[in-house]
Design a binder for this molecule. Structure first.
Ligand SMILES: Cc1cc2nc3c(=O)[nH]c(=O)nc-3n(C[C@H](O)[C@H](O)[C@H](O)COP(=O)(O)OP(=O)(O)OC[C@H]3O[C@@H](n4cnc5c(N)ncnc54)[C@H](O)[C@@H]3O)c2cc1C
Length: 608
């Protein structure tokens, strides 16, 4: 049940999970399956199970939640010199359920090799077979109505999806007529339409992805309602909302193994500070921005950085908050004939929006049931169409990388990422996805239909950092993406941006493109494209890797049981534990991590 802050503080917990997001709510719910374990979950935001702004898929008409402090932390990076000095906005869920409450709902895994590479980096048990097993445990995939299953649209192979997990998955119940021409243009460019893009294959396919949507209600299925809501009556599962964790309390002396023990968690609620005690583990699940921040506020991190802001260092672990990676996405916007209905109707106030909203309320059909429609992955060689240029870029990359004096751990990750770029590689280096609506609010005109084609270089080489900015725990950390520190990331972005224009110029899409809206037709040369991407790329909100799971001497923060080095019982469970960015959207993997973590913890305490 949801409890008051003082009641929570007076409870003796076996486990406290700090951060009730996508992973945190899931792992807490699984731990509470053990009836004699008392489990506490602390979330800064509120529980909003009936909130339409969260529940209604509504394309990407995400304005009600994004940028709204009721739902979104609203982080920004420090100005990025290579991105025209812009601060890049980072949307992050601040409600029970975290980012799963306001994301775009695509739910799938990356190619199988990406998960096997986690194991190759020294993380026993973290491979594709287990990730697929736990993804299936988390999900419950249902068949789309037959009228939606046109060709490979809205089809799947049950082998790769769960059928009884808590998170419902299915498909958009509405496709814009603008999407099939786009899909078929990509097929004409050499993409293979596949029954199920989540089949573990890597590059070369195009498909309509599953969404975390409940096909019966046409509403969002997400961590809070499925993992907490359904289990709210468990007497041993205590949830505190509206409370921000400010510190993990650590023993002052090490145990026999030289590790410090977490004894409790301090949090602030309603301006008051409380501490709750824990006998087994503290599980940190604040997401990739705030999990390293919580560790640093507790004295776990780079001693020099902590002391520079007046935080007492307890465990000198310089890898905390390093290795920060995120995708960058380039959006291109095109005008199509207004006779084609697109999500833009939802942005037209008055009759058009009222009509489609009524359609949703009464029939549960139309654009309000919809989210991302077309996703595809391609090799670097396909997107650049120029292998000798690719080899030049690789030579430049090697020189820059070697000059950066990399550690052996960093080099091991580099070698994995580098081989994806080779002309002979069959692995994905670029994602292209598309949606039927405008991409740039400033350029949007009423009563106009748009499509956007977006590209994402899937494995950035640059590494940023997220560190504590002050000893005040309520201050936001300093977030530096360090975008395009390696030129290859700029090259790949520019090449993939140019490739989106190639798609727009290919039949059968070409005849319905009425205008290159943004960028306009004046952007054609490499220099113009470089300037366009520097001035316009954003992130699709996939921050990761800031508490990497790796051997300690390879730059790890947690071991393969997700225990923070130097502690006996502090674990991290969220996407910050990935060492390498994945070529996918991260929600499916996040649920798999939470499910796998719960089984690891249960086994470690003999409760499996
Ligand atoms: C706008 C958006 C769109 C996206 N679209 C997709 C998509 O379509 N498909 C996909 O696969 N992925 C998508 N993603 C990515 C995916 O949602 C995230 O990678 C994933 O949900 C991250 O889960 P997490 O558990 O690591 O963090 P989160 O879900 O962000 O959870 C962290 C939680 O911790 C809480 N918290 C943090 N600090 C504290 C503290 N000190 N005290 C108490 N609570 C705290 C936060 O409020 C939050 O609830 C999107 C993300 C965003 C933001």
């Amino acid at each position: 049940a949801i409890v008051e802050p003082a009641t929570f503080a007076s409870t003796s917990f076996d486990f406290i999970v700090a951060g009730g997001g996508t992973a945190g709510t899931a792992v807490a719910a699984r731990l509470s399956e053990i009836g004699n374990w008392t489990v506490g979950l602390i979330e800064a935001g509120e529980y909003r199970p009936d909130d339409e702004n969260i529940l209604v898929p509504q394309g990407w008409n995400t304005a009600p939640t994004w940028g709204n402090p009721t739902y979104d932390w609203g982080f920004n990076t420090v100005p990025q010199p290579n991105l025209a000095d812009r601060s890049i906005n980072i949307v992050r869920g601040r409600v029970l359920g975290g980012s799963s409450a306001l994301n775009l709902m695509g739910i799938f895994l990356a190619g199988a090799t990406e998960y096997d590479q986690l194991e190759q980096l020294g993380n026993e048990g973290w491979n594709y077979n287990n990730t697929l097993k736990y993804f299936k445990k988390a999900t419950n995939m249902s068949v789309a109505p037959e009228y939606l299953q046109i060709g490979e649209h809205a089809t799947f192979n049950p082998q790769y999806h769960g059928n009884s997990g808590p998170i419902h998955a299915s498909f958009s119940s509405w496709f814009s007529e603008a999407m099939p021409p786009l899909y078929n243009a990509m097929v004409n460019l050499g993409f293979t339409p596949v029954q199920d893009g989540g089949d573990g294959q890597d590059a070369g396919d195009v498909w309509s992805p599953p969404l975390s949507i409940n096909q019966d209600t046409k509403t969002r299925s997400y961590s809070a309602i499925e993992y907490y809501g359904r289990n709210a009556d468990r007497p041993n599962f205590h949830v505190l909302t509206g409370a921000q964790v400010t510190k993990i309390e650590l023993s002052s002396t090490p145990d026999n193994n030289g590790n410090l023990r977490a004894t409790g968690v301090t949090y602030v609620s309603g301006g008051q500070t409380y501490t709750a005690s824990v006998s087994k583990d503290v599980v940190v699940s604040g997401g990739s921005i705030q999990s390293p921040h919580m560790l640093e506020l507790s004295g776990i991190g780079n001693k020099t950085i902590l002391e520079s802001v007046g935080i007492e260092s307890k465990i000198d672990l310089p890898a905390v908050g390093e290795n920060y990676q995120d995708h960058l996405v380039n959006y291109e916007q095109f005008i199509v004939p207004h006779s084609i209905e697109t999500w833009d109707v939802m942005f037209n106030p008055g009759v058009q929006n009222d009509t489609v909203w009524q359609e949703y309320l009464v029939n549960k059909t139309g654009p309000y049931t919809s989210s991302v429609n077309v996703i595809s992955y391609q090799t670097a060689s396909h997107v650049t169409q120029n292998d000798s240029l690719l080899l030049d870029w690789l030579a430049e990359l090697d020189a820059q990388f070697n000059a950066s004096n990399p550690s052996p751990g960093r080099r091991a990750m580099y070698n994995i990422e580098r081989q994806r770029l080779l002309p002979s590689s069959q692995q994905a280096s670029v994602e292209v996805y598309a949606a039927p609506f405008h991409a740039y609010a400033n350029d949007f005109e009423l009563n106009t239909s748009y499509i956007q084609i977006s590209s994402v270089p899937s494995h950035p080489f640059s590494r940023g950092s997220i560190h504590v900015n002050s000893s005040d725990p309520l201050n936001y950390p300093r977030i530096d993406l360090n975008a395009w520190a390696f030129d290859i990331d700029r090259h790949m972005m520019t090449a993939s941006a140019k490739y989106c224009r190639v798609i727009a110029d290919t039949d059968p899409l070409k005849p319905i493109i009425q205008e290159y809206s943004f960028p306009g037709p004046n952007v054609t040369t490499d220099t113009e494209w470089e300037q366009f991407v520097a001035e316009n790329v954003m992130t699709p909100f996939h921050p990761c890797c800031t508490n990497a799971m790796l051997p300690k001497d390879a730059g790890g923060v947690v071991d393969s049981h997700l225990t923070v080095y130097g502690t006996a019982n502090v674990r991290v469970v969220d996407v910050s534990i990935l060492p390498l960015q994945l070529g996918t959207h991260l929600m499916g993997t996040t649920y798999a991590i939470a499910e796998q973590a719960a089984d690891i913890i249960k086994a470690d305490y003999g409760a499996a």
